[in-house]
Design a binder for this molecule. Sequence first.
Ligand code: CTP
Ligand code: C5P
Length: 323
Amino acid sequence: MTENGKEVRVWCDGCYDMVHFGHANSLRQAKALGDYLVVGVHTDEEITKHKGPPVFMEQERYKMVRGIKWVDEVVEGAPYVTTLETLDKYNCDFCVHGDDITMTADGVDTYHLVKAAGRYREVQRTAGVSTTDLVGRMLLMTRQHFKQGDSEYSVDREPSKSMGQDRTARSPWTGCSQFLPTTQKIIQFSDGKSPQPGDKVVYVAGAFDLFHVGHLDFLEVAKKEGDYLIVGLHTDPVVNRYKCGNHPIMNLHERVLSVLACKYVNEVVIGAPYEVTKDLMEHFDVSVVCHGQTPIMPCEDDSGNDMTTEKIVERIILHRLEF
Ligand code: CTP
Ligand code: C5P
């Protein structure tokens, strides 16, 4: 609120392709600068023109941004260069972006107009995650992002045969996660609420790797089963045991933040047991357990969405072949 009690409306825009916790963190910081957050998302056509085809289609990208808990409104098909008319149309006081420069295909700073008008604010970009980095992890089949020497996260398996067999390699292109998870970040992403007396607690568990529309749809359905949704995340070695290869693409800490950013999620279990035990059910006072359409535990609470992490990898490989 401003001094005279007026609501502060904030504008953000971007591609939001393969939405990750870096995007979510920028939206969290933007929301903290005001009261109401409007997010403009570019069309596939605009993105293709300025930086190459996105992995996710616009309808998927719009939906993913709507799923982030700090977002109040999504504007579909926002222009690539942010104009004052756009800010005025949505009654936004200023525009917020991470501290990196975004350019059009002609090399023009996409924020030059709002910067010149003093209606631009900057937030800190989250180091160690980007769409490019995630694509790199998938294509090069690196495993460094979740292998941490002899720690509890190490996985005793042969590295993938196809590519990136040197375990110590740190490709400047993939950059293997440099993200440093902290308790502060988890606190910032959590909603800090415990279940209220009488709340029906719903529990789901899985990898939730590269959090995508399939997960989002599933969590929406699961949340409707009760009042408080807990998501159990399997550890990296557990996920690797059933998904093999270089999975998970995102390590446990990264997956925690991606899931916490989702508006349907109230709590995350960091390293949940693979089996949903009686102890776990009692500990969290769980009333309902939901599963989606994975082959491991099929049931009725299907998300109706056939997106999987594997499909994302396939799409990326196809894109690489085309361009
Ligand atoms: N962003 C961020 N931290 C990251 C990645 C993105 O804060 N690690 C922010 C950007 O600064 C921008 C917003 O997220 O304000 C939307 O970014 P987007 O247009 O999707 O593009 P990129 O910055 O290119 O994101 P990426 O590098 O992951 O493709
Ligand atoms: O595969 P993963 O372990 O990440 O899935 C987590 C949960 O989301 C599982 O219950 C799975 O069945 C569900 N899901 C879904 N629809 C998808 C992808 C996952 O219901 N397209």
